[in-house]
Design a protein. Structure first.
Length: 132
């Protein structure tokens, strides 16, 4: 049975966004747009680092945490395709993401595929935020 990845990503973004504070939507939209740019221009590791850095700014800490959580969740939900070891020793989403990316980037095809999955999730997030 083939899985509709697009549907999984869209519903996951929508589901997670329900629990996010609506007062922070503009901040999340801002960080989402910038993360999309970093992802496309500099790649997976750079975008992860960018989101973590944004979290060090108090005003963006909720948005950064949400973004890291979303990306980790999307990768875990598509693990049947990515085949990454999700049995990590950490609960920190940034550390989890880096561990996953280390595995993923061993394969160029998985790297491109994962970049596309994350990009699609961020685009859905951006449009869900605009629609609210």
């Amino acid at each position: 049975v083939m899985k509709n990845i697009d549907s999984v990503i869209s519903s996951e973004v929508y589901s997670l966004l329900k629990n996010f504070d609506k007062n922070d939507y503009k901040k999340l939209e801002n960080i989402t747009n910038k993360t999309i740019s970093v992802l496309l221009e500099a790649g997976l590791f750079s975008s992860a680092l960018f989101v973590k850095y944004q979290g060090s700014k108090r005003e963006f800490s909720n948005s950064s945490s949400f973004m890291l959580s979303l990306i980790v969740d999307i990768l875990e939900k598509n693990n049947d395709i990515l085949n990454i070891n999700t049995k990590t020793q950490t609960n920190d989403n940034y550390d989890k993401l880096i561990e996953y990316l280390k595995e993923i980037t061993k394969d160029v095809y998985l790297t491109v595929f994962t970049t596309n999955i994350i990009y699609q999730a961020l685009v859905y997030l951006r449009y869900h935020l605009k629609a609210k």
